[in-house]
Design a protein around this ligand. Structure first.
Ligand code: COA
Length: 137
């Protein structure tokens, strides 16, 4: 829920998704949830690292692992949406994601409660895509 404050929404996409986790002696330090949209496109729905273990490189390692998994799986692209245009945007861009569109008012239209991050209300969702150029559909 660090990445998505709506438990209802998380529960709605979990059954159709693959979940990747970083485990340390049975403790989950981080998780990433990816849902298939069609045979070639997968959406990164959620990625989060326990606050006590953030900024140690785990998030980057997890994202890299997931990207390689889908590259080998034969996917042509991974998409992700983010409402935070801060360090998370750089986090995805550093791994090759490019901005493809903006979903205006996504967060006010899809969540019952307003969402704030660093005191700023989230309105619009930025959609990013990582294309695997060597995997042809
Ligand atoms: C986004 C997240 C998964 C990144 O995982 P992480 O393990 O903290 O990231 P890393 O240690 O691999 O660092 C990746 C980069 O993000 C930066 N970063 C991580 N947390 C940061 C923070 N709170 N503030 C500023 N920069 C931060 C790191 O400095 C690093 O930058 P660099 O590559 O220039 O050194 C993690 O911060 C998190 O769980 N955030 C809350 C949930 C969230 O926002 N998920 C994404 C939703 S779009």
């Amino acid at each position: 829920m660090l990445a998505d404050p709506s438990e209802i929404k998380i529960r709605s996409y979990l059954p159709k998704s693959k979940c990747f986790a970083i485990l340390n002696s049975g403790n989950i330090l981080g998780a990433c949830v990816v849902k298939p949209l069609d045979a070639n496109t997968h959406e990164l729905m959620n990625i989060a690292i326990q606050p006590s273990h953030q900024k140690c490189g785990l998030g980057s390692a997890l994202l890299k692992w997931v990207i390689e998994f889908y590259r080998k799986y034969g996917a042509t692209q991974i998409v992700v949406g983010t409402g935070t245009f801060g360090y998370q945007l750089a986090f995805y861009q550093r791994h090759g994601f490019r901005v493809t569109s903006i979903d205006h008012n996504f967060f006010v239209n899809n969540y019952h409660e307003p969402i704030f991050e660093n005191g700023i209300q989230l309105f619009d969702m930025l959609r990013l895509t990582l294309k695997f150029t060597n995997n042809v559909a």
